[in-house]
Design a protein around this ligand. Structure first.
Ligand SMILES: NC(=O)C1=CN([C@@H]2O[C@H](COP(=O)(O)OP(=O)(O)OC[C@H]3O[C@@H](n4cnc5c(N)ncnc54)[C@H](OP(=O)(O)O)[C@@H]3O)[C@@H](O)[C@H]2O)C=CC1
Ligand SMILES: O=C(O)CCC(=O)C(=O)O
Ligand SMILES: [Mg+2]
Length: 407
């Protein structure tokens, strides 16, 4: 069967052939190890679910260190073009230097492709060790705005002409005093960016039988960015989902705390308090929508509750285009050791299978991952927390997942 491209309908839904061509970026650091493991597990699940009728044809594209070595560029235009051409892609993590050097390639990919929602489902898999008493109570899906906020890349180093000019402008024109030896960063949050993100989160909640969407913001301090995010989120819910969305106040005043069938609650929480809520009252939260930085922090914190960054999948989704990737980074100290947990990228691959509509293969991955963990032969991150577990390599864990598909 000849491999074909995935195509997009006008409404942003995809048309997926049985033999789609899917580009992948291997990634830096632990990327090659976890990508190898992921490819093996996803291919095995597809083969097992569809008996050869469906198969992914993988197409390697380059970004990060491998791209720099091969082409002299960190993010070649061909890579962006390929993701647009093939609609769906998957990537390993890419390194970003701290405090200097190139801008994040991960953030650049999201912005250039307008993948405005970073979707990170956080759920518990049986047998995974956790620092909390009831990790099974965690079942949340983060919708993190992916293109704005302090990630917009509008910043100038301390002492630069640009920083000096902005400081002067603030002082002379806006009567706002900023210390002269400051670096400057700008935090834009727009009505457009907020509303399309919240719209996606509410639509997801409605089509997946979720009960609430919580807007997470620091609007008491950053009134016109984070506070506005909250206000525009409520506004959007009222404008576009008046028949289905109720407020928390409605829930108590009109419905005595009992959510009517088919409705969802929209509520909001201030971000610092929300970090406590996810630990102490996880059952009260479902879909979470938030600006970029809050989403970045909350993703790793929530991941910790269900087994850590080795078990944290994600996707960057726009209007049709999607780029799947783990929540974690390149974990540089483990580069080339075949040691880390490939679970996050494997689960990101399972999200991709769902996006293709291949839910039988997705279920196989989820069940086999749980079955492999039950055997207590797991990578270091889980082994160090499970009594009586044997530590296995990244590749061995992937093989164990594949073997578990047959059992
Ligand atoms: N989307 C992306 O591509 C992302 C890229 N990055 C980039 O990655 C680089 C490193 O960032 P860093 O802050 O160290 O964050 P990382 O997420 O790479 O790693 C932090 C720690 O998390 C644990 N961890 C991460 N991945 C796994 C895994 N697969 N299995 C088990 N444990 C895991 C390890 O903990 P322990 O030490 O306890 O073993 C690791 O030391 C930076 O350049 C950063 O910019 C960061 C996040 C996302
Ligand atoms: O781009 C990076 O280096 C970090 C990104 C990140 O932490 C994230 O997307 O969660
Ligand atoms: Mg992060």
């Amino acid at each position: 069967m000849e491999a074909q491209k995935i195509t997009l309908n006008n409404d942003g839904s995809i048309v997926c052939p049985d033999n789609p061509i899917i580009p992948f970026i291997e990634g830096d650091g632990i990327g090659p190890d976890i990508w190898r493991a992921t490819q093996m597990v996803i291919d095995a699940a597809v083969e097992k679910a569809y008996g050869g009728k469906r198969k992914i044809q993988w197409l390697e594209i380059y970004a990060g260190e491998k791209a720099k070595d091969k082409t002299g560029e960190w993010l070649p235009k061909e890579t962006l073009d390929a993701i647009k051409e093939y609609v769906v892609a998957i990537k390993g993590p890419l390194t970003t230097p701290v405090g200097e050097g190139i801008r994040s390639l991960n953030v650049t990919l999201r912005q250039e492709l307008d993948l405005y929602a970073c979707v990170r489902p956080v759920r518990y898999f049986k047998g995974v060790p956790s620092p909390v008493k009831h990790p099974e109570a965690v079942d949340m899906v983060i919708f993190r705005e992916n293109t704005e906020d302090v990630y917009a890349g509008i910043e100038w180093p301390q002492g630069s002409d640009e920083a000096k000019k902005v400081i002067e402008f603030l002082k002379d024109t806006m009567r706002a005093n900023v210390r002269e030896d400051s670096g400057i960063g700008i935090k834009p949050i727009s009505i457009f960016g907020t509303k399309r993100l919240v719209r996606k989160a509410i639509n997801y909640a409605l089509s997946n039988g979720r009960k609430s969407v919580t807007l997470v913001h620091k609007g008491n301090i950053m009134k016109y960015t984070e506070g506005a995010f909250r206000n525009w989120g409520y506004e959007l819910a009222k404008e576009e989902f008046a028949d289905t969305v109720i407020t928390e106040q409605d829930l108590w005043e009109k419905f005595d705390g009992n959510l009517p069938e088919g409705k969802i609650v929209i509520k909001d929480r201030i971000a610092d308090a929300m970090f406590q809520q996810i630990l102490l009252r996880p059952r009260e939260y479902d879909v979470l929508a938030m600006p970029n930085l809050n989403g970045d922090y909350m993703s790793d914190a929530l991941a910790a509750q269900v087994g850590g960054l080795g078990m944290a999948p994600g996707a960057n989704i726009g209007d049709g285009y999607a780029l799947f990737e783990a929540t974690h980074g390149t974990a540089p100290k483990y580069t080339g050791l075949d040691k880390v947990n490939p679970g996050s990228l494997i689960l990101s691959g399972a999200m991709m299978l769902e996006y293709l509509g291949w839910t039988e293969a997705r279920d196989l991955v989820h069940n086999a991952l749980e079955a492999a963990i039950a055997k207590k032969r797991v990578t270091y991150d889980l082994a160090r927390q499970i009594e009586g577990a044997t530590e296995v390599k990244c590749s061995e864990f992937a093989s164990s997942i594949v073997e578990s598909m047959d059992q």
